[in-house]
Design a binder for this molecule. Structure first.
Ligand SMILES: Nc1ncnc2c1ncn2[C@@H]1O[C@H](COP(=O)(O)OP(=O)(O)OP(=O)(O)O)[C@@H](O)[C@H]1O
Ligand SMILES: [Mg+2]
Length: 474
């Protein structure tokens, strides 16, 4: 609307000044021709007026009036009509400003345009803008001083109709008005279309952002067309999708974590209640209960410390304390740690450490990686099975493979294997003491070292985890 107002105001200023410019031009022409004739006639009739020869004056004026196409009047120096070619105003006093300017101000000549029938004198053409063509009769008054022996003895006044000139101006005004209306209609249309194109998508986006701020992460905005706004909307949609996923993952994580913590707590509660309500329990059974409670506590604290490790890695709080170390040595140390488990399950380990793979890395964290992978291999492979661990250089990387001939992992589980709390067979894995955090931690630690981890598996054949770590890091 503001736009329309500006267009309207500027257009009417333009129309006004253009019309008055054209009007002034037309009148200037007229003033020049009329003025010249009236002035020369005034010189010719000066001796007649000086002599007060009204008859001769009348004859002169009627013939000149016919040529000029108007009414001629001669006034004396008091403004009284001496001769009127229409013979109507003889003896009356004329007080037009054009007369006054000659008699009072001493001008040689003057010109003015009047609207007949109304009192208002209209000198400025621009003022006519708000009048109506058919209501007004326009007359131009041209005056010249009649001079005899350097004294002004009277005024010669030519009143000629200027209706055609004015109607031209009216026509011009009406055309301008028409153009203005057309422009205004276009301006309104333009505003509407413009606001549809620009404002609508912006409003949609704003609404989207507001509902997102209220916590509705499922918000998506639909923006048609092309260009920047659409790109912005697409970016917004992909952002809200990511936030939604993140939100879901967070909720999932919290519920999983609580669930994992609840299980050992529930077991412990049952065991402790039995101890409380059976005071005369035999000491063998009591020790067994206490041992179970102790195991559950260990389990709880291991879950909590795993969670802490993950959370710290999430907030990028983890600093690697790098040192020069041999990856082959680390694998051998881990083998020692896992020997009791391996022997208990009657499994075989085949080590093939082709290169030492000296690296500059965080030994404790890499040990966690190797331990988790090898522990999984023993834990999930049937008794009597085999685990192969190979280490070799490949280009600028150390490649560690942990392979087993266990049950394998079905293809649908593989994409989730590094997710937190993800276990293929929940019951079996929990029985084996697993919480599904091991591989999530391994994945994060490998990333932290700038490495990569992959898994290949076939059900009934076995599983291979491959870790690639950069050899030399400054
Ligand atoms: N070598 C493997 N063979 C078969 N399944 C495996 C193997 N390694 C891991 N898995 C499956 O992947 C799941 C996730 O392993 P992950 O190490 O993350 O958790 P976990 O061993 O159950 O518990 P945690 O390691 O935290 O004690 C396991 O529960 C198991 O089902
Ligand atoms: Mg594990």
């Amino acid at each position: 609307m503001g736009f329309l107002l500006i267009v309207g105001v500027s257009f009417s200023i333009m129309a006004n000044s253009l019309t008055s410019m054209v009007g002034d031009y037309l009148f200037e022409q007229r003033i020049r021709t009329d003025g010249a004739s009236v002035e020369s006639l005034a010189v010719r009739i000066a001796p007649l007026l000086a002599r007060s020869d009204t008859d001769a004056l009348y004859d002169q004026l009627t013939s000149a009036g016919g040529e000029l196409g108007g009414r001629l009047l001669v006034l004396d120096k008091d403004g009284k009509v001496q001769v009127d070619t229409y013979m109507a105003l003889n003896g009356t006093r004329i007080t037009y400003p054009e007369v006054a300017s000659v008699l009072v101000r001493g001008d040689m000549a003057d010109y003015g345009v009047h609207a007949l029938g109304s009192d208002g004198e209209i000198r400025k053409i621009s003022n006519f803008l708000f009048s109506r063509a058919q209501d007004t009769t326009w007359v131009g008054y041209c005056t010249a001083g009649i001079i005899s022996q350097s004294d002004v003895i009277g005024v010669l006044l030519l009143a000629s109709p200027v209706q055609t000139m004015m109607s031209n101006l009216y026509e011009l005004r009406d055309q301008m008005l028409l153009i203005f209306v057309v422009v205004a209609v276009f301006a309104v249309l333009f505003c509407l279309i413009f606001s549809q194109i620009i404002t609508k998508p912006v409003t949609a986006l704003t609404k989207g952002i507001q509902s997102m701020a209220r916590g509705d992460f499922s918000t998506r905005v639909k923006v048609q067309g092309s260009g920047e706004i659409r790109r912005l909307a697409r970016t917004f949609n992909s952002m809200s999708e990511k936030i939604e996923n993140l939100d879901q993952a967070r909720n999932q994580f919290v519920s999983n974590a609580s669930h994992e913590l609840k299980t050992p707590l529930a077991t412990m509660k049952i065991l402790i209640e039995s101890l409380i309500y059976q005071p005369e329990m035999e000491s063998g059974l009591r020790t067994e209960f206490l041992t179970d409670i102790n195991r559950e506590i260990d389990r709880l604290s291991s879950i909590v410390s795993d969670l802490l490790t993950l959370v710290r890695m999430d907030v990028k709080d983890v600093k690697l304390s790098r040192e020069n170390m041999s990856l082959a040595g680390l694998v051998k140390d881990t083998e020692h740690l896992l020997t009791p488990m391996k022997e208990k399950r009657g499994q075989t380990l085949v080590l093939s450490l082709q290169d030492d793979c000296d690296m500059y890395a965080d030994r404790t964290k890499l040990q966690q990686v190797v331990y988790n992978l090898m522990e999984n291999a023993f834990k999930y492979t049937q008794e009597g099975g085999t685990v192969w661990v190979t280490l070799q250089k490949s280009g600028r990387s150390a490649v560690l493979k942990v392979q087993d001939n266990g049950p394998g992992i079905a293809a649908e589980h593989l994409p989730h294997i590094f997710d937190r709390f993800y276990r293929v067979d929940k019951a079996r894995s929990r029985e084996a003491g697993g919480t599904g955090l091991g591989l999530a931690i391994v994945h994060q630690l490998v990333m932290l070292h700038g490495g990569e981890i992959r898994v290949e598996s076939e059900v009934g054949v076995g599983t291979t985890f491959t870790v690639e770590l950069p050899l030399h890091q400054g």
